[in-house]
Ligand binder design. Structure first.
Ligand code: PLP
Length: 309
């Protein structure tokens, strides 16, 4: 089976807006790493899979919602590298499985459902131990795939960039990717993370904690922008959908509405507002997650054939 391919390619985005503002924008295409195990989810899984294998543990267990990119990628990666995989899914078992869960099941992931209340405490040590009693030994990957080994994988992105740039931008969910990039950059450059969740004052502290746990240092060169969540996680507005469609038409690059669409919308908007100085070079990270388009057919009327093939 085709395995994930890195380094991912970088391409320049051309837009009259960038010429007018005299800035340069590149995009690092982590969406091209693999059709199913792509983006930051592969970056975050890589060293966790190594660690599981090193410890001789053949079962992966992780958590996620019914549309989770992490569940999707873990299921595919587990099949690819011959692990048994278990997905603990938030909420009651649905009568109709989401496209994500159908795919995960097709990859052999065993799915269990956890009511929302218990799910909140899913990662407590006691709960993990109680799952061990029920299921047997497993390698635990947290929801979203964020842990210190994830930072190591994300940090490899930095080593792949072989040209000068001033700003690196990424979408944010748990903050693991932003933490990995910050750790990798070691205080160099500026990093802007666009939150796909509503303002959460703990996010900066969480990123700082992760970076400190991994590097033993704190860095101030990252900034979290909460202005482009469009109402919160997985919430969408028509202008976001229109932006994603026009971006695809202009650049032939797909974005999805949960993460990368919001990041790119935010980046364009900041450029319009002259946030960046003239001659700035910006590198936007495409964190993948294109399977996420499948849950959003309804938001893209008339586009399904094009978008979801
Ligand atoms: C999961 C995901 C993110 C969020 O990454 P975190 O490390 O949790 O912040 C961003 N973009 C895409 C496409 C994702 O799938």
């Amino acid at each position: 089976m085709l395995t994930p391919v890195t380094p991912s390619p970088v391409q320049q985005l051309r837009d009259p807006l960038f010429d007018e503002k005299e800035i340069t924008v590149y995009i690092k295409r982590d969406d091209l790493i693999h059709p199913h195990v792509q983006g930051n989810k592969w970056r975050k899984l890589k060293y966790n899979l190594f660690e599981a294998r090193l410890n001789g543990v053949n079962t992966l267990l992780t958590f996620g919602g019914p549309y989770s990119n992490h569940i999707y990628s873990t299921a595919a990666a587990a099949k690819m590298f011959h692990f048994r995989s278990i997905g603990i899914i938030r909420g009651d078992e649905p009568t109709n499985k989401s496209p994500t869960l159908k795919f995960a099941a097709s990859q052999g992931m065993e799915l269990y459902y956890m009511d929302k209340e218990s799910y909140r405490e899913r990662e407590d040590l006691m709960n993990i131990e109680s799952l061990r009693v029920q299921i047997g030994d497993f390698y635990h990957i947290p929801e979203g795939g964020t842990n210190l080994l994830a930072l190591e994988g994300v940090g490899e992105i930095i080593g792949e960039i072989d040209f000068p740039f001033d700003y690196l931008t990424t979408a944010i969910g748990t903050g693991g990717t932003l933490a990995g990039l910050t750790a990798g950059l070691q205080g160099e450059k500026k990093i802007i993370g666009f939150s796909s969740l509503k303002g959460e004052d703990t996010l900066t502290a969480k990123v700082n904690d992760l970076v400190f746990a991994y590097t033993g240092k704190n860095f101030q060169n990252f900034n979290i922008n909460f202005d482009y969540h469009f109402g919160g996680y997985a919430k969408v507005k028509p202008e976001l959908v229109e932006f994603i469609i026009s971006f695809r038409e202009k650049h032939d690059i797909k974005l999805e509405p949960v993460y990368t669409g919001k990041m790119m919308y935010g980046l364009y908007d900041l450029i319009k507002q002259d946030y960046f100085p003239k001659r700035a070079v910006i590198l936007a990270l495409h964190t993948g997650g294109l399977q996420g388009l499948c849950g959003f057919e309804n938001y893209f009327p008339g586009w399904s054939a094009e978008f979801f093939s």
